[in-house]
Design a protein around this ligand. Structure first.
Ligand SMILES: [Zn+2]
Length: 251
């Protein structure tokens, strides 16, 4: 090869590198500052997150009643809520409980729920998770189901994360989808969900829901769904959802 050819090849090589650089283009800059400052309140996945955990019902409001055992929903809600609290705290979250005893804020249902939401507002909660047990006149119905407020995209995404986590962990016979629901406890603007952990009217599910082991498993699944939600949205500055998040939210 002559010196002239060598120099031509060299020039071609340089041009190629230049064109490749143009085609790849500059990498999009990652935001240097996270969307929200991480507080030094603990280590773990959920450090700096403030989560309101609501054990549904309480006091004279027992909620649904298990068909075979006669146990009130409020009691199981509280056990799952307590297990959820400890799982969330282990991951560094700050948890606000609406109740840790068999109590209520008012015998007036709306006032009682308003007082629970006030706790979320006063505590600066990032999220509201309300724990309930379902019932239905047909004893065949079963399976956990998560509800969110229609039109609230962040809550729909959170509900999708929780629904998936519950199905994965509990392997229910009936795999339900997250659904929009009209509940007063879902009326704040932070991501909010109401979790119906299972049906107290279903004999098999009632038995499971009464055991500490299943309550713990349910709480852990809810924790995992919450962690997944924050992992998906942690660096998002705005409420817009990416295509991947949209897909998840539709589950
Ligand atoms: Zn309930």
């Amino acid at each position: 090869m002559t010196g002239r050819w060598k120099s031509r090849l060299y020039t071609l090589g340089l041009a190629g590198v230049f064109l490749l650089a143009l085609a790849v283009g500059p990498r999009p800059a990652r935001p240097a500052v996270p969307a929200r400052p991480v507080q030094q309140s603990g280590d773990g996945l959920l450090a700096g997150r403030v989560i309101l955990v609501d054990a549904g019902h309480g006091g004279i409001d027992g909620g649904a009643r298990a068909k075979d055992s006669g146990v009130w929903e409020k009691e199981i809600n509280l056990q799952v809520a307590k297990a959820l609290k400890s799982a969330l705290e282990k991951s560094g979250a700050q948890v606000i409980m609406t109740r840790e005893e068999d109590t209520q804020y008012s015998e007036n249902k709306r006032k009682d729920l308003s007082a629970r939401l006030d706790l979320a507002r006063q505590g600066g909660a990032d999220m509201v998770v309300s724990i309930h047990m379902n019932e239905y006149r047909s004893r065949r119905e079963s399976g956990p189901q998560v509800f969110y407020r229609a039109g609230q995209e962040s809550s729909r995404l959170l509900a999708g994360c929780l629904q998936s986590a519950l199905i994965q962990a509990l392997e229910p016979a009936k795999k339900r989808a997250a659904m929009a629901g009209d509940y007063f406890i879902l009326s704040l603007d932070v991501p909010s969900v109401l979790v119906e952990c299972g049906f107290l009217s279903n004999a098999g599910e009632e038995k499971l829901l009464l055991t500490a082991e299943y309550q713990q498993k349910t709480a852990q699944a809810i924790h995992d769904g919450i962690a997944e939600y924050f992992a998906l949205t942690g660096e998002e500055a705005g409420p817009a959802l990416s295509p991947r998040q949209n897909t998840l939210a539709k589950q």
